[in-house]
Design a protein around this ligand. Sequence first.
Ligand code: FE2
Length: 347
Amino acid sequence: MNYADIIDVTEDSALFGYELEGPGFAVLTIDGREIKSLEACGTGRFRVSGLAPATSYHAELSGVGLDFTTLPAPEGPELCRFALISDPHISVKEENRKGRFFVESAALAAESFAAARKLGAEFVVLPGDITNEGTEEEYRLSRSVLDKAELPVHLLPGNHDHPERGYWERFCGPRSWRMRLHDCTWIGADTSDKRLHAEDARAIREAIENGEKVIVFSHYQLFEAPRISHKPNQAVGNREEIGDVLELIRNEPVMLYVGHQNICSCAPCGKALQLNLPQTPQFPCAWILVRVFANGFYHRQVPIASEVMRQWSRRAGNEAAAFYGEPQWRGEYRMQSYEQSNFVWRG
Ligand SMILES: [Fe+2]
């Protein structure tokens, strides 16, 4: 059966990925237009531009029906643009596993930095699992990739980084941080041990109580997300201890960017919004570009350059889900709907 999905939707464009069941030309029909692939290799992408904002469209891609609605037109000048590249799991392994690219992990991270630079990102945030096993060799490799990013990078440790071994501070710097930028307070919290620590909780509390617009980054989710359902208790474990801060977050329009599960999910938590970010080394093999306008934060999913690799990860993930009985590797589950990662947060 032919496969097609919607990867990226903006106010005036859409990006589709496909893998046909065999060789042949792919055909996309949309809005009275018909576009044919130049090659008949059966795997590729179509980017359609010139679409109207806030408009619903129906597309047919080689027999697969796809419905989507473009984002509303942004208001005023763009204020800032940044990239979220989560869980690159930079590894020195010589074999891939369950749809995950280990062999290509460093190359994919480097490619993502180059793409973020080309797309005009001001800075990049990496909310954890920079390395796969937290060894010195992986840290050295990660540092060499980060040094070539040619962009300011803000790093947070994840469980795979094992910051307790001491390499984190040596190669990556502080475990948590905060900054004031574009009238927002940006707080990076170290949740690598699945806990929101007192000093990060305090920083979030103070910023909210000062009436600041708060953006939080964390490896683990701060709240459960209904779409991430393959096993319970995915959020930080010390929720009782920090219950007052979580309640404060729920009552304010705080934006939370989290990694770890890498299942595209955008979940309201009271007035706050929590986005679980995709990752580059496993389907949907993507990162998120955020453009900030007066009327909100515009999110879009940017896939790795190769649709062939993206489709390999999807197929291998589906096969691993069946082989190991682990549903979290299924492509459909990891991708969810394009709306989970292409949306406007109005704050
Ligand atoms: Fe993790």
